[in-house]
Design a protein around this ligand. Sequence first.
Ligand SMILES: NC(=O)c1ccc[n+]([C@@H]2O[C@H](COP(=O)([O-])OP(=O)(O)OC[C@H]3O[C@@H](n4cnc5c(N)ncnc54)[C@H](O)[C@@H]3O)[C@@H](O)[C@H]2O)c1
Length: 332
Amino acid sequence: MSHVPHILVTGGAGFIGSHTVDVLMNRGYAVSVLDNLSTGYMTNLERWEKHPRFHFVNADITGELTSAFARIVAHSGRIERIAHFAAQTAVPVSMDDPVGDIQANLCGTARILEYARHNKVTKVFFASSSAIYDDDAPVPVSEESRARPMSPYGIDKLAVEFYLDYYAKLYGLTYTALRFMNVYGPRQDPKSWYSGVISIFLDRAVTGQPITIFDDGEQTRDFVYVTDVAEAVADTLMSRSGDNAIINIGTGVEVTINQLTRTILDLAGSASTLRYEPPRPGDIRRSVTTMEKAVELLNFHPRVALRDGLHATLAWVRQDKTRSAARSGSAA
Ligand SMILES: NC(=O)c1ccc[n+]([C@@H]2O[C@H](COP(=O)([O-])OP(=O)(O)OC[C@H]3O[C@@H](n4cnc5c(N)ncnc54)[C@H](O)[C@@H]3O)[C@@H](O)[C@H]2O)c1
């Protein structure tokens, strides 16, 4: 029988992690998910729950992981590669509680890296963020743009990148860190800080509620669809591409919030009214990445155009609302 590589996905019940699990499972690998379900959902993994190549362990990376790792290995064998998504993902939460952010995003990651080092894990993927860049960096940002995170979340993501480099130099660990721009798509929790704009606007458009735009709506973002991101993660994790590199992942397309809103209203056939309010402190004016490094090292070419991605996300929002209504109806 041919050997089936075994991958650990931390945070695999979350938004991007669960899409990555889908890609890895569809490619025929054995996948274990380690997640504490703090912001992730088992419903994101329901299609795999009974699959013989799939295993879920409820564990928290802020605590002792020895028994969780032991259970994973006992069930599915040696962990060959790790995709590390588990994190405290909200920037405002990191500002309110920097110590908590360090515990999850720095100490938790160090536990994963220590496991990787002592158990000769072949490669580690790390979910980094465009939040490491200086707010005033000229756009488009490249990997060489100045790093100057303005939140404990961004500081901890950047610190992990230094740890990865240190582990690579000292212990020969192989890694790839991808700095995600604004990822969006089905399963994104509307409560999430990231691309909250798409989740919130879709929700409001579908229910016909007014949509609030901060500033004049001409501020820009780089929205990348979640399946494009998940494919890129799986590609780099399972190959030599992007070895020991840090790479921005976006589309290189700068979209204004006004353009985004018009597309959402059009797709949803919504009559929601627009309200403009003063800019929020800390919101950056422009955000978009260069694509050179992602193309050169990963051959990354995002396939899903914004309109198509919004269309698919809108369908999911509607379906999710129907499912939630059915659940609360049957619970009543
Ligand atoms: N969504 C984006 O646009 C974006 C942008 C840049 C970086 N990222 C990074 O990508 C990763 C995934 O983000 P997401 O948007 O899918 O968020 P998410 O909240 O949907 O996923 C995070 C997952 O990690 C789990 N988790 C959180 N704390 C944990 C802990 N202490 N122990 C074990 N599991 C824990 C959660 O339950 C959840 O399933 C994160 O590392 C995030 O910082 C996301």
